[in-house]
Design a binder for this molecule. Structure first.
Ligand code: NI
Length: 380
């Protein structure tokens, strides 16, 4: 077994207990007060001088010299009621670490502990970032407040509860999509259902709108380029015989192609303009840019893979990007680095789940592997 993994395993209990403590106390985006104080205390106990950034975020430095490397963990939980019956189950009603950010913080604190025990630690910055789940995200604010000042490279690990422990998953270059959000209100004119000619029917117009968004996917995007438009809520009307005044929809637009990303709001707007002419509806489109396309630096990915080979049993190189988004993309726009997924499932033990679900669960044997990877990246 490689030395780094041995080291991480020697503090296995610390990492797991830290994760359980964090799991018990999930807090949503920018409300990570307990979490902030807990991490601050841990870092101080390890001899660090943590700084508070971007409301509830923290950074802490160790070591001296050029080429300081940054390691990042996100801190926020989700508004999900936990359905697991574990001893460390969420104690905050209605909230849960269902995206595994508790594991990210624990793995990073593990690396901070190992490095604090070094005689001559390399220059490293630990970044604990609030609000990854909620646009506009916490990364941007962390960068604006100086989290990347003096940093030459950056890395982050995300747990992935569908793949087995010991698996590392990544893609060199573009790995995750840009993910935008839109709110569409279609305003019509209400009438009795028996007299549709006296209405401007927003429900019928909404159905045309949804159909036409899919024509953007099939006719505007190169068939080889992923382009996702999903309308995920649609609300309007109160009864079976009343044509309502208004319909409201929420949806997301995702792509890894810059040109599609740039043009999407205009195309969506054009469909609505067309419906204004043909159906007489009025509309409001609130198009909110989400996180940018996440692009891993090929050289940093290559060197990470070399390091990871002695820690992980299996390294899966993704063939194509996935349409999820991550605000780690903002850091990668500023400095080179790499974002990876790490398996957390154990099918033999019956542990396998999905991110963002009430039964999200992982095999904690994964955690020392993440700490070993963070530590190896810092000491490479
Ligand atoms: Ni996440």
């Amino acid at each position: 077994m490689k030395n780094e993994l041995k080291k991480a395993n020697s503090i296995r209990e610390y990492i797991i207990n830290t994760r359980r403590e964090l799991h018990k106390h999930p807090e949503p985006a920018f409300k990570e007060k307990w979490t902030h104080d807990f991490i601050e205390k841990q870092l101080k106990n390890l001899g660090y001088k943590p700084k508070t950034l971007n409301k509830t975020g923290l950074t802490a430095d160790i070591g001296k010299g050029k080429n300081r490397i940054a390691l990042r963990a996100d801190m926020d939980a989700l508004p999900i009621e936990e359905e697991n019956s574990l001893p460390h189950k969420s104690q905050n009603k209605g909230y849960m670490h269902a995206c595994g950010h508790d594991t990210h913080m624990a793995m990073l604190l593990g690396a901070a502990k190992l490095l604090s025990e070094e005689k001559n630690p390399p220059p490293v910055r630990f970044i604990f970032q609030p609000s990854e789940e909620k646009i506009p995200g916490g990364a941007k604010g962390m960068i604006e407040e100086g989290a990347l000042k003096g940093i030459s490279e950056i890395y982050a690990i995300h747990i992935e509860p569908e793949s087995e422990v010991g698996t590392l998953i990544l893609k060199s270059g573009v790995m995750l999509a840009a993910a935008d959000e839109m709110t569409i209100t279609i305003k019509g004119k209400g009438a009795h259902a028996a007299e549709p000619h006296k209405s401007i029917d927003p429900i019928y117009a909404s159905s045309l709108f949804i159909n036409q968004t899919q024509s953007l996917v099939s006719r505007k995007a190169d068939p080889k380029s992923p382009f996702v438009i999903s309308i995920c809520t649609i609300n309007g009307g109160t009864a079976f015989n009343i044509i309502p005044e208004e319909v409201k929809m929420l949806g997301t637009v995702r792509t890894v192609e810059k040109e599609l990303w740039q043009k999407a709001p205009e195309w969506i707007g054009d469909i609505l303009k067309g419906l204004n002419i043909s159906s007489g509806i009025d509309y409001e489109l609130i198009y909110q840019r989400g996180y940018p396309i996440l692009k891993n630096d090929p050289k940093k990915s290559e060197s990470l893979i070399k390091i990871a080979k002695s820690i992980f049993k299996e390294i899966n190189l993704m063939e194509s990007p996935i349409m999820g988004g991550e605000d780690f993309a903002y850091y990668l726009k500023e400095v080179p680095g790499t974002f990876v997924f790490m398996g957390g499932a154990n099918k033999k033990k019956g542990i396998q789940s999905k991110l963002h679900t009430a039964r999200f669960n992982i095999d904690e044997n994964a955690l020392p592997l993440g700490t070993a990877l963070f530590y190896s990246l810092a000491t490479k």
